[in-house]
Write a protein that binds this ligand. Structure first.
Ligand code: ZN
Length: 227
């Protein structure tokens, strides 16, 4: 599995993503896909079991690396002399988040994989539909460790390339699809400070055989909504 590419610019090492995805993320995605295929066939008990088996501890541990303080040391962020300053909330570009038409355009361009690390992602509104059908298997509590590990890791984010707090807009050319770890690991850090390559300047990493057909499980949305 080819996971990460470093390149050297101006004497600094740049990378595609902060973390290198682990194989268990893709295994969990496969199990969730199979679960929804079972659900579509009316095999609810098997679907529930597969959703439970996708709740993998090492996936939770992977995502845990991304949260909270300490990212500077963890990921080797650097200080950039002429970096855009952090703006007060009143001075940041509006809207804070992309509107629905922009979100649709970003998904159309990027699909349902993180543009940084290449893992499959699932929209939160779809995860809520699955959790409503299978509340015992797909927990989503208020604390990190009470949330289903795979859906947490694969949580679709609309990530600002230049953070909004640093002057970045919520327009299509400044927003990419990202996973939870890539979004929350970087937070208000610029690409250069995080030593990350621009995610739209390389082809998305293709890390599993379902890359071309993974639709974020959207094909199941209508059925999950209707019962
Ligand atoms: Zn990612």
């Amino acid at each position: 599995m080819q996971l990460s590419t470093d390149s050297d610019m101006n004497g600094m090492s740049f990378r595609r993503s902060l973390l290198i995805p682990i194989p268990e993320i893709f295994l969990a995605a496969e199990q969730i896909l199979r679960a929804l295929e079972k659900h579509a066939c009316g095999e609810k008990a098997e679907a529930e079991h597969l959703l439970q088996t996708a709740n993998i501890d090492v996936v939770r541990a992977y995502t845990e690396q991304a949260w909270g303080r300490g990212a500077t040391a963890r990921y080797g962020f650097v200080t950039v002399a002429d970096a855009p300053p952090r703006l007060s909330p009143a001075d940041r570009p509006k809207p804070r988040m992309p509107d629905s038409s922009t979100r649709a355009a970003v998904i159309s361009r990027d699909g349902y994989h993180c543009r940084f690390c290449g893992i499959p992602v699932v929209d939160a509104t779809l995860r809520r539909l699955i959790a409503a059908r299978y509340p015992a298997a797909v927990g989503w509590g208020s604390t990190n460790n009470t949330q289903h590990a795979a859906f947490q890791c694969m949580w679709l984010q609309f990530d600002h390339i230049l953070p909004n707090s640093r002057g970045g807009s919520s327009l299509v050319d400044n927003v990419v699809i990202a996973c939870a770890a890539c979004n929350f690991g970087r937070m208000e850090t610029t690409l250069e400070e995080a030593r990350l390559l621009h995610p739209l300047e390389f082809d998305p990493p293709i890390l599993w055989e379902r890359h071309e057909v993974w639709d974020g499980l959207e094909r199941f949305r209508a059925q999950l909504q209707s019962g």
